[in-house]
Design a protein around this ligand. Structure first.
Ligand code: NAD
Ligand code: MG
Length: 397
């Protein structure tokens, strides 16, 4: 029986995780569930899974949840804030931590889980993008097991030789082929991108996901963040990762070997597959996902990404090459810009412009401590807000 903490339990990944856990009550026990503000959602999950702890990041939401839990006589202790999140990520009775908080808010609890030597099921790619060096160091030093949930990285992990770290070349790997659907605007005329709406941007053709990652998929910043994520997870430079647009989202990524073999992982686009894989690795369990029907898939297509249409991809590439706090700045500026876009305060093409302005004007430093990373994150957020409020003063050149 493995004890599980689900960080971000009420989100898209969190709910899919609980769907898989529900199928295997003999193998996994839910120790803790967390959410930001969704009291009703977390309460419902507490009724079903009876976790020992429930954490709400928002203190007033935590108070409301605590009252409800008491009123219903549930056997769950309610905690609040980052402290509560870090506590449930490091409990001795927790073996596995699903890191499924969205954005920078997930960094500290996810890092805490790595430092506590847990099996970390990493969906929260932003944590790794912000602090790749520090995070991977924590994993190594504390003997944590890091299993990727992002479907592409999970696919790459499945196609890699068993002991690829460090130096996958020595194991015969030539490069990684990172696939992406191209999002909802793959074929939209470039002139029309400036006027697309949040509703259009979050309507992803193949995947059902949270709002932030859906917008990231529409700008292809998601693929940019995934490029950075792949470099850290698999210990390779960006030159060894090629992005391939594959609109069907049936192949979830590939590994190209020196002998000419290319291994791919395929499946229906459903996050329960990588979740079940990471939960049970190195075994396999049922995920509830239907078998892939190759006859109804019929065709698989591949294209080069269009950097003109998707400047965020170029920016992410520049950030990983620049090193230091560049990826932290990229991530923070993106989070602020995406939120502004979703609230109607910034146009779709403004997202890349805000990020580029921040990357041009903030001086990079070595990303060697959590304080430096959090400072760079805060600085980039301030700068991004200024770019959005006063675009005329902060144009990228
Ligand atoms: P979501 O918005 O659906 O859910 C986010 C979860 O995080 C919710 O439980 C929310 O309560 C919690 N949360 C939000 N802000 C918080 C804060 N400030 N403090 C604490 N908790 C907070 O997001 P999602 O789509 O499930 O994505 C979660 C993560 O997984 C992201 O990093 C995303 O990039 C990654 N991911 C998601 C998918 C997918 O299919 N949804 C695929 C690959 C990777
Ligand atoms: Mg992905």
């Amino acid at each position: 029986m493995k004890g599980i903490t689900v960080l971000g339990a009420t989100g898209s990944i969190g709910v899919s995780t609980l769907d898989v856990l529900r199928l295997h009550p003999q193998a996994y026990r839910v120790v803790a569930l967390t959410a930001n503000r969704d009291v009703a959602g977390l309460l419902e999950q507490c009724r079903e899974f009876s976790p020992q702890y429930a954490v709400m990041a928002d203190p007033s939401a935590a108070q409301q949840l605590a009252e409800q839990v008491r009123a219903e006589g549930l056997n769950t202790e309610v905690l609040a804030g980052t402290e509560g999140l870090e506590k449930v990520a490091t409990l001795p009775q927790t073996d596995y931590v699903m890191a499924a908080i969205v954005g920078a808010a997930g960094l500290l609890p996810t890092l805490a889980a790595a430092r506590a030597g847990k099996r970390v099921l990493l969906a929260n790619k932003e944590a790794l993008v912000m602090s790749g060096h520090l995070f991977m160091q924590a994993v190594r030093e504390h003997g944590a097991e890091l299993l990727p949930i992002d479907s592409e990285h999970n696919a790459i992990f499945q196609c890699m030789p068993r002991d690829y770290r460090p130096g996958m070349e020595a194991k015969g790997v030539r490069r990684i082929l990172l696939t992406g659907s191209g999002g909802p605007f793959r074929d939209t005329a470039v002139e029309q991108l400036a006027s697309v709406t949040p509703e259009q941007a979050i309507a992803h053709p193949n995947w059902s996901m949270g709002r932030k990652i859906s917008v990231d998929s529409a700008t292809m910043m998601n693929k940019g963040l995934e490029l950075i994520e792949a470099c850290w997870l698999f210990d390779v430079g960006p030159d060894k990762v090629e992005i391939v647009v594959h609109k069907e989202s049936v192949i979830h990524s590939m590994v190209d070997y020196l002998d000419g073999s290319v291994l791919a992982q395929l499946g229906n686009p459903d996050m329960r597959t990588p979740i079940a894989h990471a939960l049970s690795w190195p075994q396999r369990i049922d995920s509830g996902v239907a078998a892939l029907d190759m006859f109804s898939v019929g065709q698989l297509n591949f294209e080069r990404p269009d950097l003109q249409r998707f400047p965020c991809l170029r920016l992410a590439n520049e950030a990983i090459r620049a090193g230091g706090t560049a990826s932290t700045i990229l991530n923070a500026a993106n989070e602020v810009a995406v939120e502004a876009f979703l609230e109607g305060r910034l146009g779709f093409t403004g997202i890349a412009q805000v990020i580029e302005s921040c990357m041009q004007s903030i001086i990079l430093v070595a990303a060697d401590s959590i304080e430096t990373i959090l400072d760079a994150d805060a600085h980039a957020r301030q700068m991004a807000m200024a770019c959005i409020d006063h675009p005329e003063q902060h144009r990228a050149t």
